[in-house]
Design a protein around this ligand. Structure first.
Ligand SMILES: [Mg+2]
Length: 428
């Protein structure tokens, strides 16, 4: 038996705004940051659980404070109890009535719970000696269903539905694992498309992306329509007719404005329109989807919880579902969302980039392929080539694909030297 000794937090901020990496129509000067948590036990193996919430600078201290507030729930607890029953552990945090008042199940407190849940999964996978995607991909359907909170979902997804989906994917699990190990999981890149980049830099990076084997790039739009048309024309010329180009408005528009704006970009063959408007506007997204059809709507990186995903799917308000590793309540809730996507037959293209989001979300996409959807058809994980060097096990891309990570854990451990160098305030 081992006991949780401490939950250490740090406020880690990288000064990315100086190079305009990550700039878009709503976020012109992000400083990519992590509200970071490290769970330490008294086990002889010395293994720690690491997790974080991605933020873009100001407010990272608030996010850190929310994570720190969870320390009282963990310190002194039997680690095996927590790790053996991750469904119960998740419910203990998310159903806590006093914490729940701060949401419910949305925003800073819910994301703090997600960071702690992810850190516990990191520790569980390290103890099992497996990368998280393999740990999850080898669990029995009944064990996976136990991780899911079906409250508020049964009008769209019942435990029976989830079991049926997971059992249908049991045959072929080993073959799909082998396929991931051989060829990886498809990726697309947003690296060329930041709004703050010059035309020359956009063209150079777009051409490089094609050379590196990516089948899709994504451009930020929504600042100025003439700039968007010019940049789309340049990008299309740079990548040729066969490479997909998605666009991302980062919530910039109202409903009518989104439809009107996209009428000027449709000629460039847009692969998807991402986050056209407020992430809470279900009916607005549905109206935009009808207005810009056949261009699919992609969203999810800012969606608060599984109940929002359920409603977007019920309303046919998204056609490309973008899970995010640190927005919702951690691994458990993302498994739930993957099951919802499978239930509705919608493809999943995870959001990544930021700090460590590529490292974290690749495990969820690979788990989905092995044990849930059993397909990579039309699916890609976002890739952005920033800040990977700060992680213990950075992602490895080859020919436009994420190679399957082999190191035990969830990929969420940042190097101690990086945490120290970029910490604003030391909380430990
Ligand atoms: Mg986006």
């Amino acid at each position: 038996m081992s006991t949780v000794l401490a939950l250490h937090t740090s406020d880690v901020r990288f000064p990315t705004s100086t190079s305009l990496d990550g700039s878009d129509a709503m976020n012109p000067d992000p400083d990519y940051s992590a509200a970071y948590v490290r769970i330490v036990t008294d086990a002889d193996d010395g293994l720690e659980g690491h997790g974080f919430v991605f933020t873009i600078g100001r407010g990272n201290d608030v996010q850190v404070a929310a994570i720190t507030a969870l320390s009282a729930y963990l310190v002194g607890r039997n680690a095996e109890d927590l790790l053996e029953h991750m469904g119960a552990t998740w419910r203990e945090f998310v159903w806590d009535s006093q914490l729940r008042w701060l949401g419910p199940e949305k925003g800073v407190m819910h994301m703090a719970i997600g960071a702690v849940v992810n850190a516990l999964w990191d520790l569980k996978a390290k103890r099992a000696g497996l990368p998280l995607w393999q740990l999850l991909g080898r669990m029995a359907p009944e064990q996976l269903v136990e991780l899911v909170d079906f409250r508020y979902l049964t009008d769209a997804l019942t435990p029976g539905d989830a079991l049926r989906i997971l059992r249908a994917a049991v045959p072929g699990r080993a073959e799909r694992e082998a396929e991931l190990l051989a060829t990886g999981y498809p990726a697309y890149t947003t690296t060329p498309g930041w709004l703050g980049y010059s035309d020359a830099k956009l063209v150079r990076l777009a051409a490089e992306a094609v050379d590196e084997g990516f089948g899709m790039i994504k451009l930020k739009v929504g600042g100025n329509i003439d700039d968007d048309i010019r940049r789309m024309r340049l990008a299309r010329a740079a990548v040729g007719p066969d490479v997909l180009i998605g666009v991302d408005a980062n919530q910039r528009w109202g409903v009518a404005e989104a439809i009107e704006w996209m009428s000027h970009l449709a000629e460039f063959d847009v692969a998807w329109l991402e986050e056209p408007t407020s992430p809470d506007d279900i009916l607005g997204h549905a109206a935009i989807a009808r207005g810009v059809a056949p261009i699919p709507i992609a969203t999810g990186e800012h969606m608060a919880n599984r109940i929002m995903f359920k409603q977007f799917l019920q309303a046919d308000a998204l056609q490309v579902l973008q899970i995010d590793a640190t927005r919702v309540g951690g691994v458990n809730e993302n498994i739930t969302i993957l099951l919802l996507a499978a239930q509705f037959g919608v493809r999943v293209c995870p959001h990544a980039g930021g700090v460590g989001l590529c490292e974290a979300v690749q495990h969820l996409a690979m788990f989905d392929f092995v044990a849930v959807s059993a397909t990579t058809e039309g699916r890609m994980i976002e890739f952005v080539d920033h800040l990977h060097e700060h992680f213990l096990t950075p992602v490895v891309l080859d020919h436009g694909a994420y190679l399957a990570p082999l190191a035990p854990g969830a990929g969420t451990e940042m190097l101690a030297a990086s945490r120290d160098e970029y910490s604003v305030t030391a909380h430990d």
